[in-house]
Each structure stands twice: as structure tokens, then as C-alpha cells.
Design a protein around this ligand. Structure first.
Ligand SMILES: [Zn+2]
Length: 177
């Protein structure tokens, strides 16, 4: 598995607040609700006219990883830094955010396999206790949901692929939209 690190968001917004790897206990799965590529997403993140720039400056809405439909993984932020991405406030200090670039329809197998490999890698590095949907945290901490990572994400397929790798994850897959 190749993880492509990319420093462009740090060059634009600076480094997010730091944390210790031992404090990371949760993985949050997102989808972008938009198609395209990491390159396209990044050019929006970093454009001068980006309408969410004020949020991004406060590290609201970024995740650690982005996975394209073909399974290519990009990492703009190190795991020893944290950002707000799951509508759970400071709880995100304990989480890793993974964004699947996806709008609608079935997720390609390449993308899910890359996610599974990435999660396996994270399990080797961090004391993960559970994997949740963005909607799970949004509902648990803020009483709302937005349909992330969408009804198309197949949690049971994801779980069985992890089990094939010897990982028995605790999954909270609430979907509110
Ligand atoms: Zn999300």
C-alpha cells in the first residue's frame, strides 16, 4: 500500500494542533458527497475564493486521509495532529478522519480495498477501539445527521474484509439520511 503524503494544505493553512498517537482510539469514515479527484478537491481547498476558507483556517472540515475511487490514498496531515471533521467537537482529538471521494452509487472495490488496507495499517500504529460513520458522531454529539458516508457504503462488506485480515472491529454505522 502506498500513502501519498501531500504538504499543500499545511502550506496554505499551517499545521493543525498536535496530539499524541496513543490518544487515537477511533476512525471516522466519510464520503465527500462530490466526485472528482484529490487534485480537484485540493485546488478547491486552497483556492483564494474558497467559501469555507474561514472554517478551514480553524481546521474544521479536513481529514487525515483522502481515498480516490481508484484506491489512491493521499495524506495531507500527520496523525500526530488533529482537526474537527465529525461534528463532535474536541472528541475529534481522539479520531482519525478518512474521506472517500464519492458522490453517489456503489463504491468501487478498489476504493474499499484501499480503505481496508489503510485501516489495517492504522490498527498497527494506534490503539483503535472503534470505527464509526460520520453520521454516528454527528448524531451522538450534535443530534443531527447528514448522510455521511451515504447509504451506499456497505458496512458488512467492510467488516468482513477487515475480519479476513484478522481485525475484529467494533463498528458504529448509524446512518441518518
Ligand atoms: Zn463526513
Amino acid at each position: 500500500m502506498i500513502i501519498n503524503t501531500d504538504n499543500d494544505l499545511i502550506q496554505t493553512y499551517g499545521s493543525p494542533p498536535s496530539r499524541s498517537i496513543e490518544d487515537i482510539t477511533e476512525i471516522v469514515i466519510h464520503h465527500t458527497a462530490g466526485g472528482g479527484s484529490w487534485r480537484g478537491l485540493k485546488s478547491w481547498f486552497t483556492s483564494k475564493t474558497c467559501e469555507r476558507k474561514d472554517q478551514f483556517k480553524r481546521f474544521i472540515g479536513f481529514t487525515h486521509y483522502y481515498i480516490e475511487k481508484n484506491g489512491t490514498i493521499f495524506q495531507p496531515f500527520n496523525l500526530d495532529s488533529w482537526m474537527y471533521h465529525s461534528c463532535s467537537g474536541k472528541h475529534d482529538k481522539k479520531t482519525i478522519g478518512i474521506e472517500l471521494i464519492h458522490n453517489t452509487g456503489e463504491f468501487p472495490e478498489e476504493q474499499i480495498d484501499a480503505l481496508v488496507n489503510l485501516v489495517e495499517h492504522i490498527y498497527k500504529t494506534c490503539p483503535i477501539m472503534q470505527i464509526v460513520s460520520h453520521d454516528y458522531n454527528y448524531m451522538y454529539y450534535s443530534g443531527k445527521a447528514k448522510g455521511c458516508p451515504s447509504k451506499w457504503f456497505n458496512w458488512s462488506e467492510f467488516e468482513s474484509k477487515l475480519e479476513e485480515k484478522g481485525i475484529k472491529p467494533v463498528i458504529k454505522s448509524f446512518s441518518g439520511a
